[in-house]
Design a protein around this ligand. Structure first.
Ligand code: ZN
Length: 509
């Protein structure tokens, strides 16, 4: 036991804050790369990212950090694993042991190869030539297999990958949840798509100027709680949210002047991520009590604002008249029911990020299966496009006409993010459970939201999720906030209820 645990804790927190400082530099380099970096700057950026990633790894694996954690784990400060101090020691020790297994060479190679991989992916996607990306994907996969084997696993490399994004989640457990969801969704999606057949996105496909979309999106993001004095919105090809400091959260979107939902729901989604980041405790910035719980929990926040709130009738009772004033030529004289029907249309489609709430999860199950096969080497990258297309036909009844709208559509694999996709579905399930729990807490959510008042929900999220940081594991946080384990039923009930309201009650609208 250390003679002076308080002093040792101070040292631990200083080390955590030092790592957070370098991590934020890395995030800044990556944010810049994905928003404004000119093509000519890419190769040198790959070197910069590799160098800073190497420095960060050195800080996180310093033997002195291991000694400090070893001593503190024996001290009274570690007694309560969910207290701020206890969680800091417990979580940092877990991270240290994981990081220490990975050699610096592998960290730097992965950082470099994934920057180059993303560049090759972007070019391959633009030119619709999978062959331009395949050699890079092979290199990244080889490094990810090495990483999984170095970290160790009980036979499934995918478990080692999941641990990075969703600590404690396993292939076995996830397969059960995702399989249940898939079995319920495939027939339901077919039925819902039938009911939507013949309907067109007439209102959503009209002209919406980019500048008005930005102004409308910023206004809505601010209203739900995103603080623009501590964040900003920029343009990118593949929208994301990143944090560059305790008071600097960046969100991005892309605009389509002929399809309203792309930017608007993208902004609500990223603002949801940003609201979580801005709700973390700044006095614990860079340490477990001031960090997000898991990527699945992160995604629950974005999905909650995007779908459970942002596609609901009460939300648009307030926002539709504002939208009509902002976009008079597109929406003047339009009916709210027709607009709601269009933003909630269920239709199997090729692009995950544009998918409706119901079919979205089928896109995830499909990637979950392909990723496992790639990591286990039972599927080669040569056969990947054909395997991808076959799964789309099986799950959604459609086949991509080309690789740009098929296997090349997502940035994840080029960035080395294997094991990341399931966190999206975990987020969807948790968001539905959170909305259910919030309603059950005696809140008149419909009345609040139709007045444009989201403070009740925001306060609930701050209390139950944001300020708890990483002091509880994601499953424990889910149990405490929603009263039960994560399961598909709340999401399925939400989809059934909304669909019945949007279509069965308003046929012909
Ligand atoms: Zn997200």
């Amino acid at each position: 036991m250390p003679r002076d645990p308080e002093n040792r804790l101070g040292e631990l927190l200083a080390r955590a804050r030092d790592a957070a400082l370098v991590d934020a530099l890395l995030a800044l380099l990556q944010w810049d790369e994905r928003t404004t970096l000119p093509i000519g700057g890419r190769a040198y950026r790959a070197e910069q990212v590799a160098r800073v990633a190497g420095q960060l790894h050195a800080i996180r694996t310093d033997p002195g950090l291991g000694d400090c954690l070893g001593e503190l784990a024996e001290s009274p400060l570690a007694a309560d694993p969910h207290s701020d101090e206890g969680a800091t020691i417990r979580v940092m020790r877990r991270d240290f042991e994981r990081n220490a297994k990975i050699p610096a060479r592998l960290v730097e190679e992965l950082a470099r190869e994934t920057v180059l991989g993303q560049q090759a992916w972007a070019e391959a996607r633009n030119r619709n030539e999978y062959a331009l990306f395949r050699p890079r994907l092979d290199r990244i996969l080889a490094l990810k297999r090495e990483q999984a084997d170095t970290l160790g696993h009980g036979g499934a490399r995918y478990d080692a990958m999941l641990e990075e994004y969703e600590p404690g989640a396993t292939v076995r457990e996830l397969t059960g949840v995702l399989e249940g969801l898939r079995l319920a969704l495939i027939p339901w999606v077919a039925e819902a798509a039938d009911a939507c057949r013949g309907r067109e996105a007439r209102l959503l496909g009209r002209f919406y100027s980019r500048s008005d979309q930005e102004a409308f999106g910023v206004e809505a993001a601010a209203r739900i709680g995103f603080d623009f004095s501590r964040g900003r919105l920029d343009v990118t090809d593949h929208p994301f949210c990143t944090t560059l400091g305790p008071h600097d959260c960046r969100i991005t979107t892309r605009y389509d002047e002929r399809f309203f939902p792309t930017a608007f729901f993208g902004i609500l989604h990223e603002a949801g991520h940003g609201i979580y980041e801005q709700g973390l405790r700044t006095d614990w910035y860079g340490t477990p009590p001031g960090s997000f719980a898991s990527l699945g929990v992160h995604e629950s926040q974005s999905r909650l604002w995007e779908n459970l709130v942002g596609r609901s009738r009460p939300f648009w009772e307030h926002h539709f008249p504002i939208a009509q004033r902002r976009f008079p030529s597109a929406l003047e004289g339009a009916r709210l029911d027709a607009f709601l029907g269009e933003i909630n249309m269920v239709r199997p489609s090729l692009i995950r990020v544009e998918a409706d709430e119901a079919t979205y999860n089928l896109h995830i199950v499909l990637r979950f299966e392909l990723e496992q096969a790639l990591l286990d080497d039972t599927l080669s990258t040569t056969d990947l496009p054909a395997a991808w297309n076959a799964k789309y036909a099986e799950f959604l009844g459609i086949t991509p006409p080309d690789d740009a709208s098929g296997v090349l559509q997502d940035v994840h694999w080029s960035a080395g993010l294997f094991g990341y996709f399931p966190t999206y579905t975990i987020g969807n399930l948790l968001a539905a459970q959170i909305a259910e729990a919030y309603r059950a807490s005696d809140r008149a959510s419909d009345a609040e939201w139709s007045r444009g008042d989201y403070t009740g929900l925001l306060e609930w999220l701050r209390r139950e999720i944001h300020t708890r940081g990483r002091c509880f594991s994601a499953p424990e946080l889910c149990r405490r906030a929603t009263g039960r384990e994560l399961a598909p039923d709340a999401l399925l009930a939400h989809l059934r209820g909304k669909f019945a309201q949007a279509y069965h009650g308003h046929v012909g609208s």
